[in-house]
Design a binder for this molecule. Structure first.
Ligand code: MRU
Length: 374
């Protein structure tokens, strides 16, 4: 694996949609590599990591060089195309090709358990290689094309989410967001930040953002603030425990967050701290929106209690950038996600519509128009 220096990239999809300039390229799927913007290095350094094998990509998903549910799915699709390439170049015929892809799919599926987009993207790629009755080299090219399609399609879904979501806010709105559900968490443009970006375009810049810092990994302070800066959108970073203060004083017009998995009844897993925000929003009558593509909807899971919650290394709580902030030996816990009950959600903004309660019906209907996980 090679780390390359910063480069000024122009996104290939900009030609298709000049109205939505994409200035950040999170995942690039090349025939011989998956290139990731290094989210561990941001905001200090904009640099890229080149992954030449599916194992490299799996490691980068695990260590959160690439993170955010849709971005993880896209990276995994690219990783499976790399696994197919590797199998073709090592010879061995169809049985070896299938075995190599199954091994890669199993390895990738274990990297992050909550984000269902990973499962969705792997299932998409698996269906394709199982259907492909051509020689392995042709199947590899089909898989590569599908991985690129999943990438580009994710951006188009984000544009649609932005277009559906922006009218929910008025010009001049102050919007609070948590974690990073932006270009960095998707193939580009973002889900929650896609809505904010779309408000910015619609209202000629008249929108401002409260950015929760998002302890302990600081996706808000490091990544969302960086992205909003790149886009020229006005923002203030707040520590997570300040949100109630600003909400109670009427300074927040609405909250929009992303999602890692939405159960069939609308209960939504997202970055730890999201549930707390939803309770504050309910208490103070502030609208609370979830923005996500349908690939985040898991109809196989009935409710939030059945969503697997990733427990990460407690050292991410006890330490900050390698320095201990607690007494030596302090016990800590680190659930990376929590579940917001559907009753606290004002609407779920998807690429096909803005969904309102009762969510079980709304989600089932929406899934007839798009691709959900089942
Ligand atoms: O642990 P992370 O950084 O991968 O968690 C990301 C989030 O919780 C995002 O809000 C979610 O994936 C939505 S991304 C469009």
């Amino acid at each position: 694996m090679r780390r390359s220096p910063a480069s000024a990239r122009t996104h290939p999809l900009n030609a298709d949609s000049p109205q939505h300039k994409l200035r950040i390229e999170t995942v690039e799927i090349r025939a011989d590599a998956v290139v990731l913007i290094d989210q561990l290095a941001l905001p200090a350094d904009e640099r890229y990591v080149t992954c030449a094998t599916w194992r490299d990509v799996a490691e980068r998903i695990r260590d959160m060089t690439v993170r955010g549910a849709p971005a993880i799915g896209v990276a995994a699709a690219g990783a499976l195309a790399l696994a197919a390439r590797e199998a073709v170049f090592s010879g061995g015929g169809r049985a070896a090709f299938d075995a190599a892809l199954s091994e890669a799919a199993a390895g990738l599926a274990q990297t992050r358990p909550t984000a269902v987009n990973l499962t969705w993207a792997i299932a998409e790629m698996r269906a394709l290689w199982q259907r492909c009755d051509a020689a392995p080299d042709e199947c590899w090219l089909t898989l590569l094309a599908r991985a690129r399609e999943i990438h580009d399609d994710d951006i188009r879904r984000c544009y649609a989410i932005g277009a559906f979501g922006a009218p929910l806010f008025a010009a001049g709105a102050a919007i609070l967001t948590h974690c990073n559900a932006g270009a960095l968490a998707t193939a580009g443009y973002g889900t929650a930040l896609g809505v904010i970006r779309s408000c910015h375009e619609r209202y000629g810049g008249a929108v401002s953002v409260f950015v929760d810092e998002t302890r302990p990994w600081l996706q808000g302070a490091r990544l969302t603030a960086w992205e909003l800066g790149v886009e020229g959108i006005e923002y203030s970073v707040i520590s997570d425990n300040m949100a109630g203060h600003f909400i109670s004083r009427g300074e927040v017009d609405g909250i929009v967050v992303g999602a890692d998995r939405i159960a069939a009844n609308g209960d939504t897993a997202n970055k730890i701290g999201t549930y707390t925000l939803s309770v504050l929003a309910k208490e103070h009558g502030v609208p609370f929106y979830v923005a996500a593509p349908l690939s985040t909807v898991d109809l196989a899971v009935a409710g939030g209690a059945d969503i697997p919650i990733e427990e990460r290394d407690p050292a991410e709580v006890t330490h900050f950038r390698g320095s201990r902030v607690t007494p030596a030996g302090a016990h800590a816990r680190h659930p990376a996600f929590d579940v917001t009950p559907q009753a606290n959600i004002s609407a779920i903004i998807t690429e096909v519509d803005v969904l309102r309660a009762p969510y079980d019906q709304a989600l089932r209907l929406a899934c007839l128009k798009g691709e959900c996980t089942t």
